[in-house]
Design a protein around this ligand. Sequence first.
Ligand SMILES: Cc1ncc(COP(=O)(O)O)c(C=O)c1O
Length: 460
Amino acid sequence: MTGKPEDHLMRQSLTRDYPRIVRGEGPYLIDDQERRIIDGASGGVGPCNIGHGVEEIVQAMTEQARTLVFAHVSMYENQPQIDLANKLCDELAPPGMVRAYFTSTGTEANELAIKLARLYHLCRGNATKYHIISIWNGYHGSSIAATSYSGRSSRRHELHPYFFPTTRMEPPYCYHCPYRKTYPDCGLHCAHALEQAIRHIGPEHVSCFIQEPIGNTLGCVAPPPDYFSVIRKICDKYDVVMIADEVITAFGRCGVYFAINGHYDTVPDLIATGKGISSGYSPLAATLIHEKIWNVLAEAKRSLPGFTYGGNPLSCAVGLAAQNYIQKHNLVQRSAELGSYMYEKARAELTDLPLVGDIHGGKGLYMGIEYVQDKDTREPFTAELNLAGQISDLAFENGLATCPVTGGVDGMLGDVTIIKPPFTIPQEDIDRIIDIVKKTILQANDTIVRQWPAHGSFRK
Ligand SMILES: Cc1ncc(COP(=O)(O)O)c(C=O)c1O
């Protein structure tokens, strides 16, 4: 700890010192030492898709703040909310998405989706369908409910007594296949496991299945191309609502507006979004509802109560401005093109470095560099080393902000550095990102791994 003066803020971790960020300029963060850091993680957890300080958004925000900031959506409607819902459903979302329900966070958007799935079954007289199926190491938010259907074991342990009935399947993680199989000879065992899970629980009890199209807490791991079409078929067969958690992946992060139809040619029943919808300029999220679900709710005249700030005009005006900006500057296309450039360059320049096991990604400006002790056996490092966390701190010192992910392999083990810069980043900064990552990995190998007491067991 640096001996900064004590203040009254309770921070998320009490075991590290946080750099203090005072400004954002385009794809850069500026800290209180006036250091200019490349924002390689779009604000740390990925919302700032268009970069910091974009004047058009500031103007839209100011104008809306002058006009109307709040009039609760349980009593009134407002134009920005309607305009944004229309934009999402008419222009950006996968076909068949006909309604948007706004919340402030991705956690709330997922919970709304879970509640909508339950309501859909209730409206059709299927009151016994309540059970939720998800995957291990998926992440859907930090409320108690979302933690119960998320699969991040380390975050689940202390909250167990509060959980409701959920079941998790093994994730589609080919590099560490939980079934020790190889794609495509595996026959997509991981996807077909959903059918077994539903039958074990009893289809009459299963309400929905939820998964991220590309797993961030797995380390930016994309399932095989035919994975979600199998999931879709099984959900249809057993009348299980399919929910895609696109809180990170939507709005261009994966080089397409929505990863689930853009990369997997699959349309789910509900989509939870968040983060990039407002590009981080104001808290905003939305659950998108397919006409299959909507028609039932509309017929029964059933909806759901929301949250105080859900659909507030200020956040919706900001979301609208952010999406207009993305369209005007063709930034989804840019994410796709620069993302391919970044991924190819990373594969060429980082794969043979020590520590690097695999590089996940290749879909938009979204990439994970996974570290292993042994490149042959793919054995991860021990959790105590917190290698991804230490690499992230080193990278920051070297001028690059990244997002460390740990525990992706089995809940405890696994170290990945996620890179997900703003779509507006210049190509030269992608080159700088790869240079800094390379330098950082070599430094980490010399200073962290070689000085680690368990280094004797380290082979490659
Ligand atoms: C895939 C996914 N779902 C849900 C969430 C929760 O979103 P929020 O933190 O806005 O509640 C996150 C946040 O990181 C996420 O990555």
